[in-house]
Design a protein around this ligand. Structure first.
Ligand code: PAF
Length: 274
């Protein structure tokens, strides 16, 4: 495995690759969720590039940029074992100039839900993903459905900028109790781990209702909020179509149900695609 943080070295290493390139961008602190993306990309491509870069432009003032979990040595081991060909780990100065061109996230879709409480987050995220996709020259790039809004916005950027890369959505990976895996789960203490499960439970409740024929989003939201009483604060429960437009009735095959809530220190998100 080639490990580099240098753009020229990355370009040189890519020259030796023949065939398709799969790419998994990450911010490190790799867990089973990342590993499943890496394994899928490994299977579906001749070569595999992974990046680890904690991107400052997608953190807002006062967010956990400095405290964001960093586990470089363990991450390198995981990538080696998973058969990664190139691990790209750039420094901030390598990725950004002081006064540079910015990508503007779309005004409607990027400023609701995750974007409402984190204005600017998606601009920074898209900016770095554009850079990383260009640097990787990937044929396919893999993103988890857990960050549903991120996934939808990246797909839109690729479409709007006519980028020659296929975005592959990957299923949410959960622990044995059903908690959606996230690097921020490490902040959960003691009984908070149990209370955190109410996010997944609320989505299970929604599934049951939909399977029983319930289509009215207000009825589903109300039931979910009841389950979510165990959290410290619910930020949103939303039922939208695959383009993030609000729905009045669930449309099977075109609906995402999303939840964001605080449990102890971390803010957790989870969702369900139906
Ligand atoms: O989902 C993430 O880890 C990040 O938002 C990403 C896509 C690596 C961009 O920094």
């Amino acid at each position: 495995m080639i490990i580099t943080g240098n753009i020229e070295a990355l370009q040189e290493a890519k020259k030796t690759l023949r065939g398709t390139i799969g790419f998994v961008p990450t911010m490190g602190a790799l867990h089973q969720g990342h590993l499943s993306l890496i394994q899928q990309a490994r299977k579906e491509n001749d070569h595999l590039i992974v990046s680890i870069f904690v991107n400052p432009t997608q953190f807002l003032e006062g967010e956990d940029l400095n405290a964001y979990p960093r586990k470089e040595a363990a991450d390198i081991k995981i990538c080696k074992l998973a058969g990664v060909d190139i691990l790209f780990m750039p420094a901030v100065e390598t990725m950004y100039e002081k006064d540079e061109l910015c990508i503007g996230a779309p005004a409607l879709r990027a400023y609701v839900l995750e974007g409402e409480k984190r204005p600017g987050h998606f601009d920074g995220m898209l900016q770095v993903v554009m850079k990383l996709l260009n640097l990787s020259s990937a044929n396919r790039a893999y993103f988890g459905k857990k960050d549903a809004q991120q996934l939808v916005l990246i797909s839109q950027m690729v479409k709007n900028y006519f980028m020659d890369v296929q975005i592959i959505p990957c299923d949410i990976i959960r622990d044995e109790n059903g908690l959606a895996l996230s690097s921020r789960n490490v902040y959960l203490q003691g009984e908070e781990k149990q209370r955190a499960l109410s996010l997944a439970r609320s989505l299970k409740r929604a599934t049951k209702l939909v399977m029983a024929g319930e289509e009215n989003v207000e009825v589903i939201r109300k039931e979910m909020l009841r389950v979510l009483e165990e959290t410290d604060e619910v930020e949103y429960v939303a039922i939208v179509d695959r383009e993030f437009n609000a729905l009045e009735r669930v449309e099977i095959g075109n609906t995402i149900i999303l939840v964001a809530a605080w449990v102890g220190k971390p803010r957790l998100i989870d969702n369900l695609w139906i």
